[in-house]
Design a protein around this ligand. Structure first.
Ligand SMILES: NC(=O)c1ccc[n+]([C@@H]2O[C@H](COP(=O)([O-])OP(=O)(O)OC[C@H]3O[C@@H](n4cnc5c(N)ncnc54)[C@H](OP(=O)(O)O)[C@@H]3O)[C@@H](O)[C@H]2O)c1
Length: 221
């Protein structure tokens, strides 16, 4: 099984890399600029590829000719919550976060479009923060809007790729202790990733574009 993972050098992405290597997959782990913890993993099945998903010029390094699973994991929160409030958030911040969290995964899929094998799965990592229904506290304009837009992009992708037997779902990892959360959170990377790997393994139990949490529960849009 050929697996491509963006943002694979730390946090949840690195957790995915480790789990899929453990499952015997060939893994193309992408990193923006620094290989980070990937540099310490010496396995033949691991292929390291430089790929800044915020840019149009694509990856530096070889990707597999055929892809069975793409995990669009890379993302940013943007500036701290206090800088994403109604009175402080800036247009430049909205655009910066949108470029990475929504357009980034779209760029990656466009680049790989001819490589997905029939039966392939694409998992786009959004966040419950991007659920309109779940938004009961307001604020965090840039991150919420970009992750909500990713849910929509993911749903369109799911419908457009279904005739090619490529199944697309959207994931919520839970509140996970990583750099993004300053290592606050309810669960560790291993728990989050193990749950999402299980969900991905039975992705076809879910409707195209379904928004699914790490524990298998559905997130309302
Ligand atoms: N942690 C949570 O509680 C939580 C909750 C909901 C959703 N999520 C989502 O889960 C995903 C992973 O989050 P995390 O907690 O593991 O975050 P993290 O620890 O901050 O890691 C983010 C990863 O994304 C990469 N990345 C950022 N911008 C990139 C770009 N332009 N091109 C390529 N890679 C880029 C980072 O690479 P660099 O090392 O180069 O910066 C890093 O590998 C994100 O999409 C996040 O929004 C996380």
């Amino acid at each position: 099984m050929n697996v491509v993972i963006t943002g694979g050098n730390r946090g949840i992405g690195l957790g995915f890399v480790r789990q899929y290597l453990g499952l015997g997959a060939e893994v193309w782990a992408c990193f923006r600029s620094e290989a980070g913890a990937l540099a310490d993993i010496d396995e033949q099945a691991l292929h390291k590829v430089r790929w800044d998903i915020g840019r149009d010029d694509g990856p530096v390094g070889d990707l597999p000719d055929a892809v069975d699973l793409l995990i669009n994991n890379a993302g940013i929160y943007g500036p701290p919550k206090s800088e994403q409030s109604l009175d402080r958030v800036r247009p430049a911040t909205m655009l910066e976060v949108f470029n990475i969290d929504c357009i980034g995964p779209l760029r990656v899929v466009q680049h790989l479009l001819d490589r997905f094998r029939p039966g392939a799965v694409i998992a786009n990592v959004s966040s419950k923060m991007g659920s309109v229904t779940d938004n009961s506290s307001g604020g965090t304009y840039a991150y919420r809007a970009a992750k909500a837009a990713l849910v929509m992009v993911s749903r369109s992708m799911a419908l457009d790729l279904a005739p090619r037997d490529v199944h697309v779902i959207t994931l919520h990892p839970g509140w996970v202790r990583t750099d993004m959360t300053a290592h606050q959170g309810l669960i560790d990377v291993q728990t989050s990733v193990a749950g999402m790997v299980d969900v991905i393994g039975r992705a076809r139990d879910y409707d195209p574009g379904a928004f699914v949490a790490f524990d298998g529960s559905l997130i309302p849009y």
